[in-house]
Ligand binder design. Structure first.
Ligand SMILES: *Cc1c(COP(=O)(O)O)cnc(C)c1O
Length: 352
């Protein structure tokens, strides 16, 4: 018999972001800001000096130093990955034995379940309430009852924009002592409830960070796991040694040398998010039976529409060269420049 693909990958299709030329792209939660020219020049100068014939630093020490300084965490609590997607893949493979239970919540970032499935985790999704909040007591009971080995959720959540308060996350960590809790804080720059400073106080807490959102480096691929020394040492030992290339390391090191630029980029995105939320909310108040949305702690809004309407509005916007993310009966719209936000609002108004 000829070679057969195994059943877990046989029917997979590659992830396909919306391709083509669009005037305005607000579909992937990237930053609408470019890294300023003077920072880019510094990056390129450092990249020019690299010995590209040599393998990179396996621990990406410079990135750990820079990140650690910016966030006030010790560099030896950090593991750097080729985007946090690589770290998620790694976690489902190495923190889990085949068939062990991974709990995710729903709705949440869909990649958690995909990687868990490929790593042959037993994946269970815990449903959120209809307002997208989490019943923490019920989640604690669920995790313990299912003897879950790992729980992953994004905070604030992608796609809902809803956040879980820091004290609630810590209560969760404390009450599921046999389960590793992974809080994916990809959007925490836009909120203020991080638990990153607590990783050393717990046996079972990890925080994931990425340079793809408020740090404007989605194209560079750099993610960071923050955890206590025991977990960090295990993760560093289990990862592939040269997972983060030297150009990415140089770019991220440079970025963290300009902390005020990082702060101001974050502040601009928060201002844009607030503006987008306020204008869409005003529209929702005007047409309560056409669209609804909740306050958001991230850099996007998540808009619910009646049956089929989200798809219709999505297509109408696309016709006009504006892409957002269609998710069932929701549109997830990343905040953009003032003009981009205004254009989105104009198209929403014209199509509701
Ligand atoms: C965007 C995003 C990431 C970042 O992934 P990278 O691979 O670092 O670009 C991780 N988690 C969530 C929830 C995200 O939305």
């Amino acid at each position: 018999m000829a070679y057969q693909l195994n059943e877990k990958i046989r029917d997979l299709v590659p992830y396909e972001p919306i391709s083509g030329e669009y005037r305005i792209r607000l579909d992937a939660n990237e930053s609408f800001l470019e890294i300023p020219g003077y920072v880019k020049e510094d990056m390129l100068a450092r990249i020019a000096k690299l010995h590209l014939n040599r393998y990179p630093d396996p621990l990406a020490s410079g990135v750990c130093e820079g990140f650690g300084k910016y966030f006030g965490v010790s560099p030896d609590l950090l593991t750097v990955g080729n985007g946090s997607d690589e770290l998620l893949t790694l976690l489902t493979q190495v923190m889990m034995m085949k068939g062990e239970t991974l709990v995710t919540t729903t709705p949440d970032f869909s990649m958690y379940g995909c990687y868990g499935y490929l790593a042959e985790n037993h994946c269970l999704a815990f449903p959120k309430r209809s307002d997208y909040t989490v019943d923490v007591d019920a989640l604690i009971a669920f995790v313990n009852q299912k003897k879950a080995r790992m729980l992953i959720f994004s905070n604030p959540c992608n796609p809902t924009g809803v956040g879980l308060l820091r004290e609630e996350v810590l209560r969760l960590v404390e009450d599921v002592p046999e389960c590793l809790v992974v809080a994916d804080e990809a959007y925490m720059e836009f909120w203020d409830q991080s638990v990153m400073d607590c990783v050393e106080q717990y046996d079972n807490l990890m925080v994931l960070k990425t340079c793809s959102k408020s740090f404007r480096m989605a194209g560079v691929r750099c993610g960071i796991a923050v955890a206590n020394r025991r977990i960090t040492n295990a993760l560093r030992a289990a990862k592939s040694p040269y997972n983060v290339n030297s150009m990415t390391q140089a770019a991220a090191e440079t970025l963290f040398d300009y902390p005020r630029d990082l702060d101001s980029a974050t502040a601009k995105v928060i201002a844009s998010r607030d503006e987008l939320y306020a204008s869409v909310k005003a529209l929702a108040d005007q047409y309560p039976d056409k669209l609804s949305l909740l306050p958001t702690a991230a850099n996007f809004v998540y808009i619910q529409m009646p049956d089929g309407e989200a798809k219709r509005v999505f297509e109408a916007m696309k016709e006009e060269g504006v892409v957002v993310r269609l998710m069932g009966d929701h549109l997830r719209i990343t905040c953009g420049t003032e003009q981009e936000n205004a254009e989105v609002l104009r198209l929403l108004e014209a199509n509701v």
